[in-house]
Unconditional design. Structure first.
Length: 337
């Protein structure tokens, strides 16, 4: 179900720079029976900030966003506030301030797109707001269509458009661009950036690291319900992304690998197409590799380099967390013995 949400085209005054955080989460824990899905998670989201939560399926992302939106009662939380209000206790006051686009939106199947838009405009007193939103998300020609006639991607875009009707301070986006093609995805990114420029806080979950890197000022990394890292995408990449990779292309003559290893490069992997990857310092190691290969009669184009990415950092963080959890379990098992 989609709840109300302000958007890239809504008219609103940005919060004053001196205002406190729009979202404050302190020591949030969520349980499903005996399963602890979220454990002692804390973070803040300021006005105009796009804050990302990433992690594998089951890491707790949706549980956190639903708790912030007042849709779930946490097991424990020292504090969850939206604009200083408790999203459950102060539900009536918070509801006009927050909107959510959930991962799976449900609409009445026999309702038409235009009817839903008119309903949202009346409820949230934004006459005509849907016209611009539907145009922006490529749905202007679908006002007369039944919900059942829309593809999954179209329903996702409709959910996002409806969620941007109103005047709110926080937008929660759970798996924002699932089912969208590349062009629709980019258009949606621009809409989210426009939200932030207008002073709306955005809490975003995503499995797409390039989406998070493109949109988010800060990102929290979740693993098994715990927040294992929180920083800007750039700092996370520098701290955890690993080395720059220098790749030597296919069909290189024998002896090239020995030549590169003689330069002190550390071999990382070899692909099925013959490409070999090395850890390298840039630009020094890359420049030396190119010089040596050109001197050996090979074109400079056989060498390429790839700096670490946020996805590299994420995967390394997940690997480290998994290794730590495994070690802790082994320790407990040995203690039981």
């Amino acid at each position: 179900m989609t709840t109300r949400q302000s958007g890239a085209f809504a008219r609103r005054a940005a919060p004053a720079p001196g205002d406190g955080p729009v979202v404050r989460v302190e020591r949030l824990s969520v349980a499903y029976g005996s399963l602890i899905a979220v454990r002692d998670v804390s973070f803040e989201v300021g006005p105009g900030e796009i804050f990302g939560l990433v992690g594998p399926n089951g890491a707790g992302k949706t549980s956190i966003t639903e708790s912030v939106g007042g849709l779930r009662s946490p097991l424990r939380a020292d504090s969850i506030s939206v604009c200083g209000l408790d999203p459950r206790r102060d539900r009536r006051a918070v509801s006009p301030l927050i909107g959510m686009q959930l991962q799976e939106s449900q609409f009445p199947s026999r309702t038409r797109v235009g009817e839903l838009c008119s309903l949202y405009e009346v409820i949230y007193r934004e006459p005509g707001a849907s016209a611009r939103l539907l145009e922006a998300f490529g749905l202007a020609e679908r006002r007369g269509s039944l919900i059942t006639e829309l593809s999954g991607g179209m329903r996702q875009r409709l959910s996002l458009a409806l969620a941007q009707i109103g005047d709110v301070r926080l937008v929660v986006l759970d798996e924002l661009t699932t089912g969208l093609d590349p062009d629709q995805r980019r258009s949606t990114w621009h809409a989210v950036l426009d939200l932030a420029e207008r002073g709306v806080a955005v809490l975003l979950t995503s499995h797409s690291m390039d989406e998070v890197a493109a949109l988010c000022g800060r990102v929290g990394v979740l693993c098994d319900g715990e927040l294992i890292a929180l920083d800007t995408p750039a700092r996370l990449t520098v701290a955890h992304g690993g080395p720059t990779v220098v790749s030597v292309g296919v069909d290189v003559p024998p002896g090239v690998e020995q030549l590169l290893e003689g330069l002190g490069l550390t071999r990382l992997s070899a692909g099925p197409d013959g490409q070999v990857d090395y850890a390298a310092r840039v630009p020094a190691d890359y420049d030396r590799a190119v010089q040596e290969l050109v001197a050996a009669g090979l074109p400079a184009s056989v060498v390429s380099r790839r700096p670490p990415t946020l996805e590299d950092a994420y995967l390394r963080l997940m690997g480290t967390a998994t290794e730590r959890t495994t070690a802790e379990k082994d320790t407990l098992t040995k203690g039981d013995d």
